[in-house]
Design a protein around this ligand. Structure first.
Ligand code: ATR
Length: 464
């Protein structure tokens, strides 16, 4: 089978480095590219090499880091140059290798010690390299002074070029897939850990959503993606406690498995029988479910208030269950339509006064649509990658005028169901609001901070 090797991506760092190196070469062309001793003095020792090294190192980072890297490099060059040239005081004795080698060792140790003393560990390399170059190359006599001075000038020139290029060119990274955006997570020793667990979990948008919010809010947490095999929640929970996690979210298939493992469950997790948010406080696990409340908040954001209304919910999977039970709790009458009737019946058994199960045939769908004030799709039909689609949308013709249609799916942003409902003049709402609201609620639990969901929606709209 033919295997394709992906080409390395050319990002702005590479472009900045190339521009900086080219500029430094162009600047040093008048000096003959290679050192030309016939020019005499410092000019005869001047070349682009040290400028290029400074450019390459410094354009690898942000402008602020460039400055710090540059200062360290300059300090290294000054320390190394000064110590290297100071060895000249030993005069012809340096020609004896029994003198030269220990002197070189002592000078390198002194350079490293000096750099560490002023807390510039990245300067150590240069502080050692320069004395080595000065003592080992064939440069002799007073030319060594010129040689050291030339290296310092080249480094300063390289740093100035790097700073200029880094400031002038944008901090752009090539866009690959939308949503794979750079999360730009900054880590410190104090950074607290959060994650999402699942099996599989690689596709989860939670790290992107949570890290974006954490960054916008300036909270010192990092949110990771942690695959946990089915049936291994107990082991994971012990690991998370031991590793000092502040908490985690759970997706398929762990939401139910976590319930008996919690030290304490909140009302919604108990009601829905599933945990999607776990906070670890002083070694104890607190389980929450933010799916149902996130859904109600997303409806409220759109001006939809289900209390006292009839709602048709299509589907009886985990997401639909949370939605149905919270709708019933909020005082709605819910018709649960599902292909597998048993699953709809199991949900309705929790609150028969508010929940009624029906099948998923065309007539049942049309009847439910005709009876409801709000229609919610909780099935995977129309979801990106699921392949499934409603057989027909004629049931939408039965909807009451003004009945909104909500889809829990957020990718694609407009499912065929929503498109068809919109064509028929209904208000439509996709799953993005639910996604954001449940994530905001989770983050509130994790960090014990109150968060402005409307503001977060704006921030997240740029990355989702
Ligand atoms: P989630 O936990 O995200 O809700 P799920 O548990 O896999 O996901 O539920 C998917 C829902 O979509 C179920 O209600 C499923 O119906 P079944 O319970 O009969 O499986 C529904 N669904 C998936 N494909 C469907 C299809 N082709 N026609 C009708 N319903 C479908």
């Amino acid at each position: 089978m033919k295997k394709t090797v992906p080409l390395p991506r050319i990002g702005m760092r590479v472009i900045k480095t190339a521009v900086a190196v080219m500029v430094s070469y162009l600047l040093f062309v008048p000096f003959g590219l290679l050192y030309r001793e016939e020019l005499g003095g410092i000019l005869g020792q001047m070349g682009p090499l040290y400028a290029c090294i400074a450019c390459i190192i410094c354009t690898q980072s942000t402008l602020g880091q460039t400055f710090q890297q540059g200062i360290s490099r300059l300090i290294g060059v000054i320390v190394g140059g000064a110590l290297g040239t100071a060895t000249l005081l030993l005069g012809p004795a340096l020609d004896n290798p029994w003198v030269k080698i220990p002197v070189l060792g002592a000078v390198c140790v002194a350079g490293v010690w000096l750099c560490l003393l002023i807390k510039r560990p990245t300067a150590c390399g240069m502080a050692c390299i320069l004395p080595c170059v000065i003592l080992i190359t064939g440069v002799t006599g007073v030319t060594r002074y010129y040689y050291a001075a030339a290296r310092m000038i080249e480094t300063v020139v390289g740093l100035l070029i790097a700073l200029g290029v880094n400031a002038a060119l944008p901090d752009y990274r090539p866009e690959t897939e939308r949503g794979e955006s750079d999360m730009n997570v900054e880590l410190h020793n104090t950074t607290r850990k959060l994650c999402v667990i699942g099996d599989p979990v690689g596709h989860s948008k939670s790290p992107l959503i949570q890290n974006t919010m954490l960054k916008a809010l300036g909270l010192d947490y990092v949110y990771l993606c942690q695959p946990v095999p089915r049936g291994k929640c107990k082991e994971w929970l012990d690991c998370a406690k031991f590793a000092g996690y502040a908490g985690f979210n759970a997706t398929m298939p762990h939401k139910e498995e976590l319930v008996p493992l919690m030290d304490q469950l909140d009302q919604d997790a108990r009601l829905i029988g599933a945990v999607n948010t776990v906070c670890i406080r002083e070694g104890k696990a607190y389980g929450y479910n933010t799916d149902g409340e996130g859904f109600l908040r997303a409806l409220a954001d759109e001006g939809i208030h289900p209390a006292g209304k009839t709602v048709a919910v299509l589907g009886a999977g985990g997401a639909s269950k949370a939605v149905c039970l919270k709708l019933a709790q909020a005082g709605a009458q819910v018709i649960v339509c599902n292909r597998t009737l048993d699953k709809a019946q199991a949900i309705c058994a929790h609150d028969p006064a508010h929940l009624r199960p029906v099948g998923f045939g065309p007539e049942e769908l049309a009847q439910a649509a005709g009876a409801c004030d709000l229609l919610v799709n909780g099935t995977s039909l129309g979801m990106e990658g699921s392949g499934g689609q409603f057989a027909d949308f004629s049931f939408l013709d039965s909807l009451k005028e003004g009945a909104p249609v909500v889809d829990l799916i957020y990718a694609p942003a407009q499912t065929e169901l929503l498109r068809q409902a919109k064509l028929r003049g209904h208000q439509t709402v996709n799953g993005l609001g639910l996604l954001v609201n449940q994530a905001v609620l989770s983050l509130e639990y994790f960090t014990d901070t109150s968060i402005d969901a409307a503001e977060m929606k704006k921030v997240l709209a740029e990355v989702l």
